[in-house]
Write a protein that binds this ligand. Structure first.
Ligand code: TRP
Length: 442
């Protein structure tokens, strides 16, 4: 175990973990599910979930990884000191990683396609209606989607093959600061749009009538999805931490970055939505329809659109890499396979599963099954929250006070008790209520 790879320091870890957390979940999914769920009240529930459920479970996963120094399945056994059924959480996590990455990579492919269209100046030459129809026409074109899906998986494979220091760390260190800079620039730009005020109102004023049981579960599920929780990604990244690295503040830093970036992305997108009279609740197409239309109207919009889609592609890539790493780390250790072989093997398998997602988007899937929607719903609304619930119970009850003390130190008694009972009772209960409520109401 002495030769296990490690991050070069805490900053490297924070950037890599933020790279995992900040992704399509922030730039694409958060704005559109906020739109379909009516805004402010949904955002508030989501923020509560990050604080009460997300951060404690983030800490628990970090601890399991850091102390286990193993992949997401075997780390449970190391910290438990025995063979234990709790390792099943990691096993389901591997399955979740495959399912999530299969559709995630398809959306990543759409982003690459939009980046390509930006570079060749396609949006600049077209009318608003045609721009708006771009995503729809891409949906019908399964070959084009499959091509970009392949490129996207290829990029993720390329980074993961490099390993922890020369792959994950190296790319996150460059790409994350670039992403934050571009986004902040866009945010300042959006404050000058007429719709900025309404955008803020939409995100931060509460309209409880709009919130449903399904909406609450979606907020809970998204808190897991956006922090990359509930399936072992943070366990895996945590396993590359030195055993002494401080965890609590590290977790809060990552959660803060992730949340801030989601809110800023939401503010930018809804400013455009309200300025140009788009439909806030238009669903998954939201980002792909709104932004190119804005870009054509901007001076220098040609460049802005290139930079913007590059930003989203980067965010997606650093997240996809963390999903693939969960599987590769497991396969490499468990089957003693070379990293490059394990990465290629799983890259290929996941690409193939993603073909089902593409076909369900283009309307050609076997039996008309919506694989894309099912994989997304199944993982983010059930596997991740339930995985997170179990991790929380494992941390609170099985590892207990000793683990908590390791995280918060001996002096801070109130913090220790707070973390202990949040992970024993509060977080599991909140998740159970959200999932149970949805099942009863559906
Ligand atoms: N958090 C990423 C996003 O918001 C997606 C992601 C990466 C993820 N790794 C994960 C989601 C692990 C769930 C589990 O886009």
């Amino acid at each position: 175990m002495t030769n296990r790879a490690h991050w070069s320091g805490r900053l490297a870890f924070v950037l890599a973990a933020a790279g995992s957390a900040v992704g399509l979940g922030n730039m694409w999914k958060f704005p559109y599910i906020t739109g379909t769920n009516g805004g402010g009240a949904f955002v508030l529930i989501y923020l509560l979930c990050i604080a009460v459920v997300g951060i404690p479970i983030f800490i628990a996963e970090l601890y399991i990884g850091q102390q286990g120094q193993k992949n997401a399945v075997e780390a449970f056994e190391v910290v438990h000191k025995n063979r234990t059924p709790w390792r099943g959480i990691g096993a389901v996590g591997i399955l979740s990683a495959v399912l999530i990455l299969s559709f995630y990579s398809v959306v990543g492919g759409w982003v690459l396609d939009f980046e390509f269209r930006s570079i060749i100046g396609e949006f600049m030459m077209e009318s608003d209606d045609k721009i708006k129809a771009t995503l729809g026409s891409l949906f019908e074109n399964s070959h084009r989607q499959l091509f970009w899906h392949l490129i996207f998986m290829g990029l993720a494979v390329g980074v993961v093959i490099g390993g922890v220091k020369n792959g994950l760390e190296r790319w996150n260190k460059i790409l994350m600061p670039a992403l934050i800079t571009i986004l902040v620039g866009l945010f300042f730009y959006s404050t000058s749009l007429d719709g900025f005020g309404r955008s803020m109102g939409f995100l931060f004023s509460f309209n409880w009538e709009n919130l449903t049981a399904a909406g609450v579960l979606e907020a809970v599920g998204h808190a897991f999805f956006t922090l990359s929780l509930g399936m072992g990604a943070i366990i895996t990244y945590g396993s590359y931490l030195q055993k002494r690295t401080e965890l609590a503040r590290t977790a809060m830093m990552v959660a803060f970055l992730d949340t801030a970036i989601a809110l800023i992305a939401g503010a930018v997108i809804f400013s455009i939505v309200f300025t140009y009279g788009f439909e806030a609740g238009s669903g998954p197409s939201l980002m792909f329809e709104t932004l190119p239309m804005l870009f054509v109207k901007l001076t220098g919009g040609f460049w802005v659109s290139i930079v913007f889609f590059l930003l989203v592609a980067v965010a997606a890539l650093t997240s996809a890499v963390s999903l693939l790493e969960v599987i590769v780390a497991y396969w490499e250790e468990k089957h003693n396979m070379k990293r490059w072989k394990a990465t290629l093997l799983w890259g290929l398998i996941i690409w193939a599963v993603g073909v089902l997602c593409v076909l369900s988007i283009s309307g050609d899937s076997p039996g008309g099954i919506d694989f894309f929607g099912i994989f997304d719903m199944l993982t983010s609304q059930y596997f991740l929250p339930i995985g997170g619930l179990l991790i929380s119970l494992f941390f609170g009850w099985v590892l207990g006070p000793r683990a908590v003390e390791h995280v918060v130190g001996k002096e801070a008694q109130w913090a220790a008790q707070g973390l202990l009972w949040t992970s024993r009772v509060l977080a599991p209960l909140a998740v159970a209520i959200a999932v149970g409520n949805k099942i009863i109401n559906s």
